[in-house]
Write a protein that binds this ligand. Structure first.
Ligand code: HPA
Ligand code: ZN
Length: 331
């Protein structure tokens, strides 16, 4: 009981959460019904079963099917508003949130409609609660039959056009296996030149090479996941020396099968190595978690002290791209 009050009292920042992975079960069911989308479970129980992922690729296939319930501007506004309000209810004050324009444009939904919707929802939630959301546009790796460099160009073009507004960074996600990071050097170079941050996923399902490439070729400002850095002591030394933060998501790693269970999760080791780390929810309803739950798991299942967990919350504030004067208010 004390743990919950402790976690609720921490002012929190979320650095790694996907908008499309944040659809509440009731919303998935309601939108699937409204738009008569096939291949989507029709009860909450069936949906929970559908979210029992065999491995990371299975998770990605379900993810790409689930997003099909998002059809029009109002759907995107609803999703962004609900997601932001859900964060506010957990005492999350600010979030840097991935969204993946191409998984919608490839289904024929105009990017302007998506963006108008998510910004409407974002601002409605901000007005109601004060919670602030900034977007990270994500390049989706591993889509079958897709020219990923063309997608990267479109994604960075969109990010650059809207950078300085509500978009703060460029990411690459989806599959890591078979999607080497150096090919995105030009896209990330253009984004960085425009003042956007470089926020690639790396070292979740592949090893140190992907993280090295994200640092050396993409100029990573933070690494999404990055837990496999522990396979290479020289990489750990580099991350520590350059203070490149890792956005760690323990329950995500368990549910996609990249880590076996909480006791074997590397978060305590990453901390002991002196790395800059925060904890995050990634795709909370799909993984049966929330950011609040991640903090509770850190206390109860990863063996971290309250002081260590408070430090994780402060680290997320420091690793964010809030202006310094705004960080000071939260620290
Ligand atoms: N990794 C890669 N891509 C993703 C993830 C993730 O954890 N979540 C949603 N898209
Ligand atoms: Zn992610």
């Amino acid at each position: 009981a004390g743990d919950e009050a402790f976690v609720d009292a921490l002012p929190k920042v979320e650095l790694h959460v996907h908008l499309e992975g944040s659809m509440l079960p009731g919303t998935v069911l309601a939108l699937a019904r409204r738009h008569q989308v096939e291949d989507i479970p029709t009860t909450e129980t069936a949906l929970a079963d559908w979210y029992a992922f065999k491995d990371f690729d299975h998770f990605l296939r379900v993810y790409r099917t689930a997003v099909q319930v998002l059809r029009d501007e109002d759907d995107f506004a609803l999703l962004a508003r609900e997601t932001a309000l859900g964060l506010a209810a957990q005492n999350v004050r600010y979030a840097e949130m991935y969204f993946t324009p191409f998984i919608h444009t490839r289904r024929g939904i105009p990017i302007d409609e998506v963006f108008a919707g998510i910004n409407r929802g974002r601002l409605e939630a901000q007005e109601a609660t004060g919670v602030e959301i900034r977007w990270i546009t994500d390049i989706p790796g591993g889509l079958p039959g897709v020219d990923i460099l063309a997608v990267a160009d479109l994604t960075v073009q969109f990010a650059v056009e809207h950078g300085g507004d509500s978009v703060i960074g460029l990411g690459v996600g989806g599959a890591e296996v078979g999607v080497p990071r150096p090919q995105f050097a030009r896209a990330f170079g253009a984004a960085r030149e425009a003042g956007l941050r470089s926020l690639p996923h790396a070292g979740e399902t592949t090893g140190p090479r992907t993280i090295w490439d994200s640092i050396d070729e993409l100029g990573a400002d933070r690494i999404g996941h990055g837990i496999r850095c522990l396979d290479d002591p020289a990489l750990v030394a580099r991350l520590r020396a350059d203070r490149i933060p890792l956005d760690v998501s323990p329950t995500s790693n368990l549910r996609t099968g990249v880590v076996a269970d909480y006791p074997s999760h590397p978060l305590p080791t990453l901390i002991a190595e002196g790395l800059a780390v925060s904890i995050n929810s990634d795709d909370p309803p799909m993984f049966g978690t929330t950011l609040r739950d991640e903090y509770l798991h850190a206390l109860r299942d990863l063996g971290l002290s309250r002081a260590a967990v408070a430090e994780l919350a402060a680290a997320a504030v420091r690793h964010s791209f809030l202006p310094e004067y705004r960080k000071n208010v939260l620290l």
